[in-house]
Each structure stands twice: as structure tokens, then as C-alpha cells.
Design a binder for this molecule. Structure first.
Ligand SMILES: Nc1ncnc2c1ncn2[C@@H]1O[C@H](COP(=O)(O)OP(=O)(O)OP(=O)(O)O)[C@@H](O)[C@H]1O
Length: 228
């Protein structure tokens, strides 16, 4: 039996009269990767942000390893996001003035790890992500694909339970995007974390274990994929 790490039950969310989530049930198991797809405005980002404790649902529950996080206060929620979740966005997430290794070390330092230890820990990620030798480059000296791999390292450095990725390949060409998503899914799984990823790209989604299609704030269908 697989262990459910993250679950949303009966999630609803409206912005004024606009329903963005109209009763969504979703579960993500340990080491599982889930892609969320659907047309523009269907509620993908709202679902991801609700599961990540960024948006509070109007109704329903969000559970992390069985604990209801939608009831947490703001301070507890933001601590949980820093410690137990990692985030990869489309772009603009690395601090341009810091070398790559310090970008990766930053979340560890925010949790109180001394700088030297945090940088040493950060450096471990560069080789497995194909970034060996780029530790001291600043984000402006990296290609888009390299910068996204640094962002993946940063998301994983805290050894989170869940990595959330919102269009992580949206700014990359197809070949680079494929390479990035392959690394993102495999390294996340190796770390024992699960992955929740919003993407418009069916080829990118096909690298995930399951694809959830959302339409008008509801789950349209689930598909099972096996990527060779
Ligand atoms: N802050 C907001 N205020 C008002 N309405 C919003 C807000 N955020 C989202 N919405 C509305 O909620 C619905 C779902 O939006 P959401 O961003 O979740 O969709 P999406 O599937 O991620 O879209 P896209 O693919 O275009 O990013 C849409 O109708 C959108 O216009």
C-alpha cells in the first residue's frame, strides 16, 4: 500500500462570484509525481496554491501526512512551507546577486544552518543535477535550463515532503524542458518526496506518474502514465 503524503478533500474556492475550485478531491502518494493539466482559467494554479498552503480554501480540507494544514495559522503555515515544501516556478526565482551555490544554500540558512555548512550541503546537489563546475556562477551567467536545475536544487535542499512546480518548463525550449522535467521527476523521487506540477505541455506531463485534468474547477479525468 502506498502512503498518502498530501491530500485535498472537497476543496472549494471562489474569487467573488467566480468559482475557481468547485469540489476537488486529490491524493498524492510518497514518491509519486502528479501533473495538473487543463485549459487556461480552469483552476490549475488555484489548486496547486491551495495544496501548498498559499491559498486558503473556502471549504474542504488539505492534509499533509494526515494533518489538517488548512487550519494552521499564518506563522505555522509559512514555517511549514519553508521546511516541508519546495517550490519551482517558471522563472524569476533565483537571486541574481548570489552565486548559484548560495541560492541553493539560502533556504537552509533561513532555517538556521550556518553559512559554511549550508553551502557545503548545497554543493552536493550540483553534480547529480548536471551542474558540476557552475557553483560560483551567478544566475545571469547560466542558461535557462541550468537556472531551472539550480532552482530544483534549491527546492530539494531542505529535503521537503512535497515539491510544487508551476510551469517549470514554460520558459524553456522543448529539448531543454524535457531534460529539466526528467531530472525534476527522477531526483524528487530519489529523495523520497512527491511532486505536484502544473503544466500546459502534454509531453512534460507524460513524465509524471499520473495526470489530473481540471476543467471549470473540477476534476475532468485522471490518467495513468508509465514513462520508459
Ligand atoms: N486573484 C484572483 N482574483 C479573481 N479571480 C481569480 C484570481 N485568481 C484566479 N482567478 C480566477 O479563478 C479561475 C481559475 O484561475 P487559475 O489561475 O487557477 O486558473 P489556471 O488554470 O491556473 O489558468 P492559467 O492556465 O491561465 O494560469 C479563473 O476564472 C481566474 O480568472
Amino acid at each position: 500500500m502506498s502512503v498518502v503524503v498530501l491530500a485535498g478533500h472537497g476543496l472549494t474556492k471562489s474569487y467573488g462570484p467566480t468559482p475557481a475550485l468547485a469540489g476537488v478531491d486529490v491524493e498524492v502518494a510518497e514518491r509519486e509525481s502528479l501533473a495538473i493539466m487543463g485549459p487556461s482559467g480552469s483552476g490549475k494554479s488555484t489548486l496547486l496554491h491551495t495544496l501548498a498552503g498559499i491559498i486558503r480554501p473556502d471549504g474542504g480540507q488539505v492534509l499533509l501526512r494526515g494533518e489538517r494544514i488548512d487550519r494552521f495559522g499564518e506563522n505555522r503555515l509559512s514555517a511549514l512551507r519553508r521546511k516541508r515544501f519546495g517550490f519551482v516556478f517558471q522563472f524569476g526565482q533565483l537571486l541574481p546577486e548570489l552565486p548559484a551555490e548560495e541560492n541553493v544554500a539560502l533556504p537552509l540558512m533561513l532555517e538556521g544552518m550556518p553559512r559554511r555548512n549550508a553551502v557545503r550541503e548545497a554543493r552536493r546537489w550540483f553534480e547529480p543535477l548536471g551542474l558540476g563546475g557552475l557553483e560560483l556562477r551567478r544566475p545571469g551567467q547560466l542558461s535557462g535550463g541550468q537556472a531551472q536545475r539550480v532552482a530544483i536544487a534549491r527546492a530539494l535542499a531542505v529535503r521537503p515532503d512535497v515539491v510544487f512546480a508551476d510551469e517549470p518548463t514554460g520558459a524553456l525550449d522543448q529539448a531543454t524542458g524535457t531534460e529539466v522535467v526528467r531530472l525534476l521527476t527522477s531526483v524528487t523521487r530519489e529523495q523520497g518526496a512527491c511532486l505536484v506540477m502544473v503544466t500546459h505541455d502534454a509531453e512534460v506531463a507524460a513524465h509524471c506518474d499520473r495526470i489530473l485534468s481540471v476543467r471549470d474547477g473540477r476534476i475532468n479525468q485522471y490518467s495513468q502514465y508509465t514513462v520508459a
